[in-house]
Design a protein around this ligand. Structure first.
Ligand SMILES: [Ca+2]
Ligand SMILES: [Ca+2]
Length: 247
């Protein structure tokens, strides 16, 4: 059953994508060249501290628009702090500078994906977090400070044969008009309006509404679809739609 559902879904969405492209062409701004692909990262560091040591974990998120096929993480430990062990990474330590390379053969980290780096530190004096985080040579930012696609709400339930909407906006202004790309994964048969959402340097913070329609299906299964909204250079957002089947 679910295999059939997925196939129907794919066919439906392909048709919609064509419709969207057809309508978009006249309205697309001439200057809307895609932004160059870039590495960008965000680090959320947490630790569990005891006297003289801590276990640290860095959740490192890919907020750029290209996958990381290999990952080299670098950071700086404060003075009087020393790395004693690290999990799942090949590590080199130069004074306070730590280079941690992800094992060869680990799966790529896609845009929007994240990895964890866990390690143990011994210290004297006061425990302090590492700084100067970099991934593949690019400096990382703290969570919430990098550009992101913002949606509201992030989850919706949709009665079969009905629709549910959400709004989307950007956290930071783009340098030129950008188009929101949407991809969908899940089961069921869904439809969406043939419209393109663009944001310009002047209307980037204005929420724009979009909806997904759950078409009637013969099964009695509550289908789930995850819509991913992507803008190059911004952290992607997802909206999860759960069908309330009426059969
Ligand atoms: Ca049904
Ligand atoms: Ca269903």
């Amino acid at each position: 059953m679910s295999r059939n559902s997925v196939r129907r879904w794919s066919a439906t969405f392909a048709t919609l994508a064509l419709a969207v492209t057809g309508l978009a062409a006249p309205a697309a701004p001439a200057s809307a060249a895609p932004a160059p692909a870039a590495v960008a990262c965000e680090v959320d560091f947490t630790s569990s501290i005891w006297t003289g040591g801590y276990v640290g974990n860095a959740r490192i998120r890919n907020v750029g628009d290209i996958p990381w096929n290999s990952v080299l993480v670098e950071f700086t430990l404060p003075d009087n702090h020393q790395l004693t062990s690290i999990w799942n990474y090949n590590v080199q330590v130069f004074g306070q500078h730590v280079r941690a390379e992800r094992a060869i053969g680990a799966p790529p980290v896609p845009p929007g994906g994240s990895i964890d780096l866990g390690f143990v530190v011994r210290y004297t004096g006061t425990a302090l977090p590492p700084s100067n985080w970099r991934v593949n040579g690019v400096a990382c930012s703290a969570p919430g400070r990098s550009p992101a696609v913002l949606v509201d709400p992030a989850t919706r339930t949709v009665p079969e044969g009905s629709s549910a909407s959400f709004t989307v906006r950007l956290s930071h202004p783009p340098t030129q008009s950008v188009q929101v790309q949407m991809t969908i994964n899940g089961t069921g048969v869904w439809a969406s309006p043939p419209m393109v959402i663009t944001f310009s340097p002047t209307d980037w913070s204005t929420p724009k509404s979009y909806l997904l329609y759950s078409t009637q299906d013969a099964d009695s299964f509550d289908d789930v679809a995850v819509l991913t909204l992507t803008v190059p250079g911004y952290r992607p957002a997802t909206v999860t739609f759960t069908q309330v089947d009426d059969d």
